[in-house]
Each structure stands twice: as structure tokens, then as C-alpha cells.
Design a protein around this ligand. Structure first.
Ligand code: GLY
Ligand code: MN
Ligand code: MN
Length: 449
């Protein structure tokens, strides 16, 4: 059966091929072999971490659970998919794909990885291999493995998505939104963090290892830990707030979504509610700045000014203006991460700092903003996250007390708000040619409402 996304795949693959054509020509190779990868083992164990396919392989073929597979591409020819289906009675061998997208490839099934060697046949061609090659590939005649110039070219272009990729990300966003709604219901029903996580996975229909990143599910003070993935098992813990940063994936493409909830508005400190409302408003303002030609660093700096404004307005920061708080480092005490990043096959997608496709130069981060992952100008098709945050983090508050910034902080207010942990709101936003951004996340929540 062909669905709407399949209809877009062919044009996507043509784009990937054209990209490979240019990259191979520039770097002086005759062809490309993209290896899906092989699962590893834990130290001294016969079990290993969940398999994660090479993102370059996923760019060509939506096969997330297919180790030891290859795409071989020679410019001007149909791409070849070498699919490894071992004769194995211990595990279920991967099913040979038959979906509509496979019609774009010449597909060959092999039983042993070594059988690929003859099919990939470097001969006297200069083939570049991309992936984590096992030792035996050294004998296979590839001219280079992961050559930096080739990777830089391919990575740079991955920022702007094809219509197929955007369709996959819309679906990943829909799945994520479904999970968020189920998780919020579980929280309200009294579930533990771990149980909320289970409710999320069930609703999304993905195993934990199929999620694009470990779910961050935090009650109260846990929300002040940026990557809190502990998943407490107890229900009888303080739970005045619930921060959930959880995504989903579809055909290898990710969503990355954060929402913050309060248990009971009537019982919540009005200053915290005021900050919640301010964050919601400023997050939307930042999403609206996702426009072609816009320097993403400016969005990050704007976020600092707006969050500083919210902190001053709520009386958390005193003795300076919002502008001063954004300049002197006080906003960074409460908002210590970047405003977002590129999103795609990888949650923190590649080449966020690249000045161009050569891989030789990076666009610097603004001074003092070392965690910003994206410094490029936006262009149509690029998908970014917009994730302003505001937290009460002991470590950073202690630092502020030491370094003099503490004089701008209303400590009585901070101490009152610390049990709430913090606030983060994160949407996935596509930059469009029209200038009106497409908010994949908000659209997804609206669609399932
Ligand atoms: N979920 C990780 C991030 O928001 O970047
Ligand atoms: Mn993110
Ligand atoms: Mn996130």
C-alpha cells in the first residue's frame, strides 16, 4: 500500500542523490557506500545497547532496525540496497522491506555481512564508505571511510528538510503530542514519574529504545535538573509541577517537545503562575522569529532579553533592568542553556555551527553563551526547536552568590519558588519560504485536541 508519505519519498531520494552527486564530485570519489551499523556489546557481556542506525543510512532508507545493511550509490545509477537477513533462530531476523519506497532501490538480500563485499565491489572505483565499519571492511577496498570533507557537505545540507522529511516530522510531532496528553493525564491521576513515562510510551506506541532521547519526566524540584531522566518510582513525593521533555520518531525523524504543568493553579504561588504565563507568551514570540535569513543567535539573545524581562516583572530579579540582566549574566543564572537546535534524524542535528558546507569554519557562539548549538542563519525547510527555560538551580544560584550577581536576585522569592523546579516550553518549528513559520508541535496538539 502506498500512503501519502511514500509519494514524497521518491523526490526526497532524488534530493539525497543530487546531494551525493555534488559531494562526491567535489571530494573526488566515484561512489558512496553507506553502512547501517552493527550492534555492540557491553563490556564482558553478551548483551549490548539497543541498535541505533547510522543517521546517513536513515537519510537514504527508513530502516531503523536493520544492522549490517548497505546503500551503495554510483552517480547516474539506481541506488542499491543490500539487506542483511541472517539465518538466525535465536532472534527474529529483520523482515525484508516491501513498502513502496523500496521500489526506488535495487534490493538484494544477503545472509552474511561478508556476502556484501562482492555486491559493493569497489573494483578500481574510488568508493567512500560512511558509517562505523567493522575491522573486516579494511580489506574491502574502500578509498576512504568517513572523509571529513564529504561528511561536512552532507551534514550542512541536512538542516533544510525535504517535503518527505517534513511529513515524517509532522507525524513524529503528532505521536509526541499524543504521548504528552496521556502523560499529563497520568500525572493528574497520581502516577509516579516512572508510571507517567510508561503511560507516555504506551500512548505513543514506541519502546523506550525507539524514542529519540531518554524521556525527561520531573516533578517539582526535579524540573530544575535539565536532563532529569531518573524516573522516580514513588507517587507520594512533592509534585507541584510536572515538566515533561519527550519526543517521538517516525521513519527515523524526531520530535522534541517540552511542556510544564502545575498540579493545581489555585494552590500555586501566584509569582510562579505569572512566570508560567510570561514564558508561554515569550515562547510564542520567539517561535514567530523563525524566519528565512534570521540569524539564530539573535533568537537566542532575544530569549535572554525576554526571560530577563519576565524575571524583572515578577520580582525575581531586582536592581537592574531587563536589558542589564541579559547583559550582566543574571538571565543566564535562570536560563543556562541554548534556545534550541537543529532537529531532524538526530535530536541535536548536525552542523549547527557550520559556516558553510566545507566543514572548515564555524560561526562562533555569542560570547558567554557556550551551550548554544545553532549559530546559522535560518532558511526555508530548516527545522529548529524553540525551548526557552527558566529554572531555580542550586548550583547556579550558589555560583551567583559567590560571583556578585546575587545582589540582583530576590532571594526570598527564589526560595519560595524553588519547590516548583522550573519551566521549559519547547516546540519544533519549521522555517518556511513564506515567512510564516510552521509550528509542528502546536499544530500537532491542535490536530489531536
Ligand atoms: N530533549 C533534549 C533537548 O531538548 O534538547
Ligand atoms: Mn531540544
Ligand atoms: Mn527537549
Amino acid at each position: 500500500m502506498t500512503d501519502a508519505i511514500d509519494l514524497l519519498f521518491s523526490a526526497h531520494l532524488q534530493h539525497v542523490q543530487a546531494l551525493a552527486d555534488r559531494a562526491l564530485e567535489r571530494e573526488g570519489y566515484d561512489g558512496l557506500v553507506v553502512y547501517s551499523g552493527r550492534p555492540g556489546l557491553h563490556f564482558l557481556d553478551d548483551h549490548g545497547p539497543a541498535f541505533k542506525a547510522n543517521p546517513h543510512f536513515l537519510h537514504w532508507a527508513p530502516l531503523q532496525e536493520a544492522p549490517d545493511c548497505f546503500v551503495r550509490y554510483l552517480p547516474g545509477r539506481r541506488p542499491q540496497l543490500v539487506f542483511h537477513q541472517p539465518a538466525d533462530y535465536w532472534h527474529k531476523p529483520p523482515t525484508v522491506p516491501t513498502a513502496a519506497w523500496t521500489r526506488e532501490f535495487d534490493l538484494t538480500v544477503i545472509r552474511e555481512p561478508a556476502d556484501a563485499r562482492g555486491l559493493l565491489d569497489a573494483g578500481n572505483r574510488r568508493l567512500a564508505c560512511i558509517g562505523e565499519p567493522p575491522a573486516e571492511f579494511a580489506e574491502w577496498g574502500f578509498s576512504a571511510t568517513n572523509p571529513a570533507g564529504l561528511l561536512a557537505y552532507l551534514h550542512y545540507d541536512r538542516a533544510a528538510k525535504t517535503p518527505y522529511e517534513l511529513a515524517c516530522m509532522r507525524e513524529a510531532s503528532r505521536l509526541g503530542a499524543v504521548g504528552h496528553v496521556a502523560a499529563a493525564a497520568a500525572y493528574r491521576a497520581g502516577a509516579s514519574e516512572f508510571e507517567v513515562h510508561q503511560a507516555y510510551c504506551s500512548a505513543v506506541g514506541l519502546r523506550e529504545q525507539e524514542l529519540p532521547y531518554g524521556n525527561i519526566i520531573a516533578f517539582g524540584e526535579g524540573a530544575a535538573i535539565l536532563h532529569y531522566t531518573t524516573l522516580g518510582r514513588r507517587r507520594d513525593v512533592p509534585r507541584p509541577t510536572f515538566l515533561i521533555d519527550a519526543g517521538a520518531q517516525f521513519r527515523g525523524y524526531a520530535s522534541d517537545i517540552t511542556r510544564t504543568h502545575v498540579a493545581d493553579a489555585a494552590g500555586t504561588d501566584p509569582t510562579f503562575l505569572e512566570l508560567m504565563a510570561a514564558m508561554e507568551k515569550l515562547q510564542l514570540e520567539l517561535c514567530a522569529a523563525v524566519q528565512p535569513g534570521f540569524d539564530y543567535r539573535e533568537i537566542h539573545l532575544l530569549a535572554h532579553r525576554l526571560i530577563a524581562g519576565a524575571l524583572v516583572q515578577a520580582g525575581v530579579v531586582t536592581g537592574c533592568t531587563a536589558e542589564q540582566a541579559a547583559e550582566n549574566g543574571v538571565s543566564g543564572v535562570f536560563f543556562p542553556h541554548g534556545i534550541g537546535h537543529l532537529l531532524g534524524i538526530q535530536v541535536h542535528d548536525v552542523a549547527g555551527l557550520a559556516a558553510d558546507d566545507s566543514g572548515r569554519t564555524e560561526i562562533p557562539r555569542p560570547t558567554g553563551h557556550r551551550y548554544l548549538r545553532l549559530t546559522r542563519r535560518l532558511e526555508p525547510g530548516v527545522v529548529v526547536t524553540i525551548e526557552p527555560g527558566l529554572y531555580f538551580i542550586d548550583l547556579l544560584l550558589d555560583e551567583a552568590q559567590q560571583n556578585g550577581l546575587g545582589r540582583y536576585i530576590a532571594w526570598d522569592v527564589v526560595r519560595r519558588l524553588q519547590p516548583y523546579g522550573g519551566i521549559r516550553i519547547e516546540d519544533d518549528v519549521a522555517c518556511t519560504a513564506s515567512g510564516t513559520p510552521e509550528n509542528l508541535t502546536r499544530d500537532a496538539f491542535a490536530r489531536i485536541a
